[in-house]
Design a protein around this ligand. Structure first.
Ligand code: PLP
Ligand code: COI
Length: 338
């Protein structure tokens, strides 16, 4: 293994030792296979290639001060994968198989779990693919479930430094009754032009609005949106956003801190009233938002622009200290691998 500069890791792919795979054929899951190959051998007419029958997950493992490896809320990811599978008519992955493969993949690559104190983590990417051959638009009868891992740093290169976002006025991410609430690849393909458009104008990422009325905040690229005002944690309620496990955890932590919590529609104009704003997700953790530009109104909403706001910072430290095992895991969110 080449020496890794853990403190300088970005959110990129890096080869690790092994990945795990399991095939669903004849209506049942087979044995877990371990391979060192990064290549999938697949039928040219597999449904994932043509019709996007594909769903994925993202979760993280952390090394604590004690050297032990902890996985954060894997059961929530296992559940969400099956919600995604149901949403595009794929075979479900049994929770037991999901866990066994997560554990096996981490154990086989334990040298890639970043050391405590580096701010890096092991990103775990489960992937469910329709591999059966079809040419009509219909679900495959064969599936591949696989998991690979890669060590990562912060998703947004700014880390805990506030990012500048732009409201996406020219592109929607997901239709109101579409697939925005599940984690399928097509949603991400559909967001690429919006993200590129934002990058071209020097913004870190986009804030998507509801596709129907263009009045309410949906989410922030690959992360949920939250804001703070009047001692309240506010986050959008929408049928077209991904139910974020990080957001769900922050809601619990915010309540613990004595904040009120509101999950409701968030109109664009309300951006002018927030004290703090942020993006949250497994990859993004908490990314404080410094500014949000609305090209329709040519207006910029500003928050803490140089450092995270105090509530976002407290949420960040409470979340990461549970993940790293620095504080008591009173909600049972963390499970040991070793
Ligand atoms: N929204 C989208 C579109 C995402 O891709 C993700 C990442 O998984 C999130 C939100 C955050 O979800 P989670 O906190 O479960 O990672
Ligand atoms: C995650 O936060 O796990 C994600 O899936 C975001 C991603 C698309 C990189």
């Amino acid at each position: 293994m080449e020496k890794i500069d853990w403190n300088k890791l970005s959110f990129g792919y890096q080869k690790t030792n092994y990945n795990t795979r399991c095939y669903y054929r004849d209506n049942k899951w087979g044995e877990i296979e371990v391979t060192g190959s990064e290549i999938i051998n697949m039928h040219i007419s597999a449904t994932c290639l043509h019709y996007g029958q594909e769903a994925f997950e993202g979760l993280k493992a952390f090394r604590g001060k004690d050297g032990r490896i902890r996985v954060f809320r894997w059961d929530e990811n296992a559940k969400r994968l099956n919600t995604s599978a149901d949403g595009i008519r794929m075979a479900n992955v049994p929770q037991k198989l999901f866990k066994e493969m997560v554990w096996k993949t981490i154990s086989l690559n334990s040298e890639f779990v970043p050391p405590y104190g580096t701010g890096a983590a092991l990103y775990i990417r489960p992937l469910l693919l329709g591999t059966g051959a079809e040419i009509g638009v219909k679900p495959a009868s064969e599936y591949l479930f696989m998991i690979f891992v890669t060590p990562v740093g912060p998703y947004f290169k700014e880390g805990l430094k506030p990012v500048n976002m732009m409201i996406s006025r020219d592109y929607d991410r997901a239709a109101p009754l579409g697939t925005g609430n599940i984690k399928v690849g097509g949603n991400y393909a559909g967001s690429l032009n919006a993200i590129q458009n934002a990058h071209d104008q020097n913004f870190t990422n986009v804030v998507f609005l509801d596709a129907k009325e263009k009045k309410y905040i949906d989410e922030c690229g690959p992360a949920n949106f939250f804001a703070i005002k009047d001692n309240t944690y506010i986050t959008p309620k929408s049928k077209s956003i991904l139910p974020s496990i990080t957001n769900k955890s922050l809601i619990t932590l915010a309540e613990d801190m004595g904040l009120k919590v509101e999950r409701r529609k968030v109109p664009v104009e309300e951006l002018g009233t927030f004290e703090e704003a942020g993006a949250c997700g497994t990859a993004a953790v908490i990314s404080p938002i410094g500014t949000i530009y609305d090209p329709a109104a040519k207006k910029t909403y500003s928050y803490y622009e140089n450092e995270p706001g105090p509530v976002s910072m407290e949420l960040y430290s409470r979340l990461t200290s549970i993940q790293l095992g620095d504080t008591e895991d009173k909600y049972g969110w963390v499970e040991f691998v070793d």
